[in-house]
Design a protein around this ligand. Structure first.
Ligand SMILES: Nc1ncnc2c1ncn2[C@@H]1O[C@H](COP(=O)(O)OP(=O)(O)O)[C@@H](O)[C@H]1O
Ligand SMILES: [Mg+2]
Length: 504
């Protein structure tokens, strides 16, 4: 079943249940009220009959007669209202109506039945109310007639004669009204209620359709958005007012689309990087090979003058060394990455190492008019593989020289509770955030033309440094602003405080 129908059905069921329950209890209450009213009214009639129409003998305290005129008038008036009554004496004998004036309805006459139990109660001055029962007797067949038209509800009122302090039971009045009259009232109420039920049913149907449509529309909007995402549109966002669960779902959906977009971008970036990697690796190999090939051809065709031959061979040797270094670094990288190298960790003084490195690189720095500035505490205990530590810092400090000109390169070192932290900051060309993302990749060079070959670098330095620091359980972070410079911060944790390697 479609959601809209499910929701409509739910609303509809609730509303109809409420109406039916309320309706039934309403009918019950009104029914009771109608009966109570009728009994009350009958009692009032009985009271006025007692007052106006009955004559007592004050000596014998017996009912001696009736105000016949009043009774006749009253009977007619009451009969018009479909009300019948009988008067009993103290011996339970009917004294009114007499045979001649018997209340006739069609071929039947009113003959209330008073059980001996009821009679006892009457003597105790109790008023008795009776639910619908047969009080009419067919004159023709002389037996009770049991049809709603001839059933009555009755009130039995005792008659007492008060003379000073004495009270004497002198008889009773039985007065009844037709059940049919009451039922007509009931029917009217039930009809009204049925119409109300019908109207509210239709209203409920319309209302539930509107409400159901509202939520179904919102769900459909989400569904369409899902289709768009499935078709590769990661820019779609669903409106949300942060009000209910569907809004929460929309928020979650938006969050999901954002992260899908991120990973989609990441996949694209890696794909692009993979293609570049192949091209870069090929380029790094081809340059020296082309040089060597050119020289070899020259030698083969004797095209190189004798005095240049020495230089040519030297050139070939250099290029071959470069190739060997490239292959070695590559192997090194793979070994480090797969954890195949054993780190020979010891504790040593980092201050001394940094001072040595600065001294070694000062000449190189001077070539690009750079100056080192070293800030290092009096003691800088470092827990690391000595050679690898030197390799990492050499790489980073050499990069600082490579990418800055006529500036200060700051090397700051400090201790935290469980680590040695070294920052190398230059004020050189800097990098864009996109470039920063790629620097840990092999062969990556931010300079796309790869012209900067003065240092014979191949884009492996940072990739190797990154892996080395990770194998030490440390971290390497970079902050960079284009044209303002770059800061690398390397953390070497103490023994027992290394962080797990985070493979990204
Ligand atoms: N201090 C720096 N300032 C600006 N760019 C840098 C810096 N260090 C590294 N880079 C960028 O990162 C790239 C990768 O560095 P690296 O792995 O050492 O390779 P290479 O030195 O062979 O270029 C460099 O080509 C350069 O684009
Ligand atoms: Mg480098």
């Amino acid at each position: 079943m479609k959601l809209i129908y499910q929701q409509m059905l739910a609303f509809f069921a609730v509303i109809i249940t409420v109406i039916v329950v309320l309706g039934f209890s309403f009918i019950r209450t009104t029914k009771t009220m109608i009966y109570q009213n009728s009994w009350q009214q009958l009692q009032q009639y009985a009271a006025s009959i007692e007052k106006e129409a009955i004559r007592y003998n004050t000596q014998t305290n017996q009912v001696v007669g009736f105000n016949q005129q009043f009774l006749n008038d009253g009977t007619v008036i009451l009969r018009d209202q479909h009300i019948h009554f009988s008067v009993y004496d103290a011996n339970k004998q009917v004294v009114y109506p007499t045979a001649e004036t018997a209340g006739m309805t069609g071929g039947s006459f009113y003959e209330p039945r008073i059980s001996s139990r009821d009679w006892k109660k009457l003597k105790q001055n109790k008023i008795i109310t009776q639910s619908p029962h047969v009080t009419f007797r067919s004159r023709r067949h002389d037996r009770p007639v049991n049809t709603p038209a001839l059933r009555t509800i009755d009130v039995l009122v005792p008659l007492f004669y008060k003379n000073g302090s004495t009270r004497q039971f002198v008889g009773a009045i039985s007065i009844g009204s037709f059940e049919q009259t009451i039922q007509a009232n009931e029917q009217q109420i039930e009809n009204n209620l049925f119409i109300a039920l019908l109207v509210s049913g239709v209203a409920a149907l319309i209302l539930s359709y509107i409400i159901a449509r509202y939520s179904v529309r919102r769900i459909n909007r989400l569904r369409n958005a899902t289709h768009s995402v499935a078709n590769g549109d990661f820019d779609i966002q669903v409106a949300s007012h942060h009000k209910d669960e569907i809004d929460d779902l929309a928020d979650d959906f938006n969050g999901m689309v954002s992260s899908l977009k991120k990973s989609d971008n990441e996949i694209k970036r890696q794909e692009k990087r993979r293609r570049e990697f192949m091209a870069d690796a090929a380029h790094e190999m081809r340059t020296p090979l082309t040089t060597i090939n050119g020289i070899l051809e020259g030698l083969a065709y004797d095209a190189i003058p004798e005095e240049d031959k020495g230089h040519s061979i030297e050139l070939m040797q250099n290029e071959t060394k470069r190739l060997i270094r490239l292959v070695n670094e590559n192997l090194d990288y793979e070994k480090i990455r797969t954890g195949q190298i054993a780190l020979n960790k010891t504790q040593f003084d980092g201050k001394e190492v940094l001072e040595n490195l600065v001294e070694q690189l000062t000449k190189k720095a001077a070539a690009s008019d750079d100056q080192f500035k070293l800030q290092v505490p009096a003691a800088l205990p470092v827990w690391a593989d000595y050679d690898r530590f030197v390799q990492v810092l050499f790489n980073i400090m050499q990069n600082a020289i490579q990418f800055s000109q006529e500036n200060v390169i700051e090397v700051r070192a400090k201790r935290t509770e469980h680590a040695a932290v070294i920052a190398v900051q230059d004020h050189g060309i800097g990098m864009t955030p996109d470039q920063v993302k790629n620097i840990w990749e092999r062969y990556y060079k931010a300079d796309p033309s790869r012209k900067n070959t003065k240092y014979g670098e191949s884009g492996l330095g940072l990739a190797i440094s990154h892996q080395l620091v990770q194998q030490h359980g440390g971290s390497i972070a970079v902050e960079s602003v284009v044209d303002h410079g770059t800061t690398f911060t390397i953390t070497f944790p103490d023994e027992g405080h290394d962080q797990p390697i985070n493979e990204d």
